[in-house]
Write a protein that binds this ligand. Structure first.
Ligand code: ADP
Length: 462
C-alpha cells in the first residue's frame, strides 16, 4: 500500500517542476493501481504536454477509460495508428465495450488482443464474455459520474454521440470491391501457355460442369500463379473473370491483415460470402506468401486466417458453387504446403517474364488506342529483354508524356514514334532481373517435389 505521504511528496515535486513527465507518469500509475482514477485524471490533465508514444498514450487511455470514454476511444485509435498490433490497445477497447455492455464488440476486441498476444488474459472480462447474453439490455448508461469532490468532471455525452464514436471506430475500411472486368484474354499479350492452362483448368470445368459430373470428377481447386512482379498475374486473373462474365473480387493478404487486424477472419469469410452472392465470381488472392510464412510459426497471429481460408477453399471444392479462385505470389517458396493440397491450390503455374513475341503483343495492346506512326514493334521487343509487362506499360507511358509535352510546346499534333519509344525504353530499367536471380537458386536447389519444373524449363531454354 502506498501511504498518503508518497502521493503528497510526488504532487509537491510536480508542483515545482510540472514538466517532469517521468514523475507525473509514475504518480498516474500509482493512482490508477490504487483505483483512484479521478486523481490520476487530474494529474494527467495538469501535464503541460503528454508524450505521444505508445506507452504514454496507453497510460492516458487507461485513465480516460475511467473518466471519459470517448476520449479513451480516440486515444486508443491513436495507439492503433502507431501500432496496428498493440494487444493492450485492443484489450482496453474490449474493456471499454464491456463498460458499455456491448458484448459482441468486446468479444471481437478481446479476441484480437489474445490473437496478437497469447499470454494476455483478463479473467474477469473473459468470464463476462462467456455469460449468455441477458435479454436485450437497457440503453447502456453513459459514463458514470465521478465523485463530486474530484477533478476533472466527465464530459457530458449523449447516447448518439457515443454511438457515433463507436461506429467510427468499428467501421471497416473499404472491403474488397467486386467489379465486372471488361478485359478478356484478348487484352493479355503473349502468355499463351498460361492462358491455355487457365482455360483447361478453370474456365472449361466452370462452363461445363455436366461433363465433369458424367465422369464423376470434381472440377474444384484453385490455381496458384507465381512469377516476377508486374508480369501479368493480376491482369490474367481479371481477364479470366472478363472471359466468363464473372464478378472479380481481388484482395491482397497484407491488406486483409492490416485493415482488419483481429477481425480479418470474419472479413475474409465475408469476402467469400459476397462472392457467393455475386456468383459466378473469380476471387483473386494476391500475396499468398504473406500467410504461408507465418503459419509455420505456431503463435502466429495469422493461423486463424489461414484456417478460414482453407475451410473456404475446401467448401468451394466440395460444393462447386460457381466460384473460381486464383491466387498469386512473387515468392512461391514461402507459400505454405498445406495450401497446395488437392482441392486447394493444387495447380501451380509459372507466369514468366514475357518473351520477345509476348513483349511485342503487350506493346501492341498498350499502344492500341494511341496515335503512333512508323513503329517497328519487333525491334522494340528485341530491345526490351527482361522487361515485365508493367515495365513495358511504363515505357509507353513515359513516351506518351514526352509526346504530350512536345505537342504543347510546338502547338502541332505529335504522334508516338519509334524514336520516342526507343528513348523511353532506354530510360526504363527492366525489373525482372533480381527476381530471376533468386528464383534460379530455388529452381536449382529446392525442386525436389518438381514444384518448379516450369521454372527449371524456363532457365534451360533461356
Ligand atoms: P503482377 O500481378 O504479376 O504483379 P500485374 O498483372 O499487376 O502484375 O501487371 C501490371 C500491369 O502490367 C497490368 O495492369 C498490365 O497493364 C500490364 N501487363 C502485365 N502483363 C501483361 C500482359 N501479358 N499483357 C498485357 N498487359 C500486361
Amino acid at each position: 500500500m502506498i501511504n498518503e505521504q508518497t502521493y503528497k511528496l510526488l504532487e509537491k515535486a510536480l508542483a515545482t517542476s510540472p514538466g517532469d513527465w517521468e514523475t507525473r507518469a509514475h504518480l498516474i500509475d500509482l493512482y490508477l493501481a490504487a483505483g483512484l482514477a479521478p486523481q490520476a485524471a487530474a494529474v494527467l490533465k495538469a501535464a503541460p504536454a503528454i508524450p505521444q508514444t505508445e506507452t504514454d498514450l496507453l497510460r492516458q487511455a487507461r485513465v480516460e477509460l475511467e473518466t471519459d470514454q470517448i476520449a479513451a476511444q480516440l486515444t486508443l485509435q491513436s495507439v492503433l495508428n502507431l501500432n496496428r498490433a498493440s494487444a493492450t490497445a485492443y484489450l482496453l477497447l474490449a474493456r471499454l465495450f464491456q463498460k458499455r455492455g456491448l458484448r459482441d464488440e468486446a468479444r471481437k476486441k478481446y479476441g484480437a488482443a489474445t490473437v496478437i498476444d497469447e499470454n494476455l488474459s483478463d479473467p474477469e472480462l473473459a468470464a463476462w464474455l462467456d455469460q449468455t447474453p441477458p435479454p436485450p439490455p437497457p440503453a447502456a448508461p453513459l459514463p458514470t459520474a465521478i465523485p463530486a469532490t474530484s477533478e476533472p468532471q466527465p464530459v457530458a455525452v449523449t447516447q448518439q454521440e457515443m454511438d457515433a464514436a463507436l461506429q467510427a471506430i468499428n467501421a471497416p475500411e473499404t472491403a474488397a470491391e467486386p467489379e465486372r472486368p471488361k478485359i478478356t484474354f484478348n487484352d493479355v499479350g503473349g502468355m499463351e501457355e498460361v492462358v491455355e492452362r487457365i482455360r483447361m483448368n478453370i474456365i472449361y470445368p466452370f462452363k461445363n460442369p455436366e461433363v465433369f459430373k458424367k465422369f464423376n470428377k470434381k472440377p474444384g481447386g484453385g490455381i496458384l500463379m507465381y512469377g516476377p512482379p508486374g508480369c501479368g498475374k493480376t491482369h490474367i486473373a481479371r481477364a479470366t473473370a472478363g472471359e466468363c462474365g464473372a464478378t472479380f473480387i481481388s484482395l491482397a493478404i497484407t491488406d486483409v491483415l492490416s485493415k482488419w487486424l483481429g477481425e480479418s477472419e470474419q472479413h475474409l469469410h465475408q469476402i467469400f460470402e459476397t462472392a457467393r452472392r455475386r456468383k459466378p465470381a473469380v476471387i483473386f488472392i494476391d500475396e499468398m506468401d504473406a500467410i504461408g510464412v507465418s503459419r509455420t510459426d505456431a503463435s502466429s497471429a495469422m493461423a486463424p486466417l489461414v484456417n478460414v481460408l482453407l475451410t473456404e477453399l475446401d467448401g468451394i471444392a466440395a460444393r462447386n458453387d460457381h466460384l473460381m479462385v486464383l491466387a498469386a505470389t512473387n515468392t512461391p517458396w514461402r507459400v505454405d504446403s498445406a495450401l497446395r493440397r488437392p482441392g486447394r491450390f493444387d495447380r501451380v503455374l509459372f507466369v514468366p517474364p514475357p518473351d520477345a513475341p509476348a513483349r511485342k503483343s503487350i506493346l501492341q495492346i498498350c499502344l492500341r488506342d494511341l496515335p503512333a506512326e512508323g513503329l517497328e514493334l519487333e525491334k522494340l521487343a528485341r530491345q526490351t529483354e527482361r522487361f515485365s509487362g508493367a515495365d513495358l506499360r511504363a515505357a509507353v507511358e513515359r513516351a506518351s508524356e514526352k509526346a504530350i509535352y512536345e505537342e504543347m510546346r510546338t502547338g502541332r499534333p505529335v504522334k508516338l514514334t519509334q524514336r520516342l519509344l526507343a528513348d523511353a525504353i532506354k530510360e526504363t530499367r527492366p525489373s525482372t532481373n533480381e527476381w530471376l536471380e533468386t528464383a534460379r537458386s530455388y529452381a536449382t536447389y529446392a525442386n525436389r517435389t518438381g514444384l518448379y519444373d516450369d521454372l527449371v524449363a524456363y532457365f534451360e531454354k533461356g
